[in-house]
Design a protein around this ligand. Sequence first.
Ligand code: ATP
Ligand code: MG
Length: 344
Amino acid sequence: MRIVSGIQPTGNLHLGNYLGAIRNWVKMQDDATATGGECLYFLADLHAISMPHVPAELASNTREMVAALVACGVDPDRSILFNQAQVPQHTELQWLLNGTARMGWLNRMTQWKDKAGKNREGASVALFTYPVLQAADVLLYQATHVPVGEDQKQHLELARDIAQKFNNDFAPKDGNGEEAPVFTLPDPIIPPEAARIMSLRDGTAKMSKSDPSDMARINLTDDADTIMKKIKKAKTDPEPLPSDKAGLAGRPEAANLVGIYAVMTGGTVESVLAEFGEEGFGKFKPALGELLVSKLAPINDRFVELRRDRATLDAFLRQGAEKARALAVPTLNAAYDALGLVRG
Ligand code: ATP
Ligand code: MG
């Protein structure tokens, strides 16, 4: 089993990013390595330039994301952790696949339609060919499995279509006249239902880094006092917690805090309510704050230390890129050969 997954480099990481995304990577890594598989995790910095961006921020967000991933448990010795820009085979293979991908296929991608909006003429070419780079990202490593959320299913389907057409059109015949496919068709893994963490100021809005209020989120950089203060000030209603799940209906802020407690302890909403039902927030909030502090403190310590240590972060990325290149080269060579491209 070889899992390949990418994430856009962003800064200001928060509890929602950790519980909704990063934690799954750590779990996949632990599961895959326990069964002799491996994970390749990359920062999609080449994808980031498909939209307007600030170069200095891209560089600092890339390092910040590495710091967060490692602090949260992605192990650069067990997983291959790298950024696309240091593995030129991604862009090389993308060009080769551009010969196979069809305009009509890309035109049907809903992410392209959404992100380009009405201004297609003004959208970057990279935004249009983005799914071809994504196909290259996974086909380059003969990925067997790719985790995909709802919004990325269509792109993985496209990667499979590209791989299949390429194999059909160009796969060389071996000595017995059998086709030797160049690419593995990757299967989707639907990630376990990801926790969706809501804002601490509004239980109906997602916790997000772009919320102007810092009190709305728990950042991975927050220290113990800040976490306690934010939970204490989190918006709630005046009622005590209900004793069953049905009682959370119409109480989004209460439901969010109970939900956070449940995922952080590995329990369920029911088990949290069995413990705290009929209690007021005066009792529940300090318990939640202390839970968060104890679980996040080791992550926070490592994150704060790492994000200051650019040399170490760059070394992680260099080391990951080296391993990724070694895996990528044979497949890329096979693709060049299949297409009849002479590289003496
Ligand atoms: P923005 O406000 O700029 O969209 P964001 O805070 O939503 O930023 P993203 O960079 O869009 O963060 O998301 C990174 C990853 O974290 C994605 O996989 C996303 O699904 C996940 N994620 C973001 N916010 C949450 C949240 N509140 N709960 C669960 N998962 C989240
Ligand atoms: Mg977002």
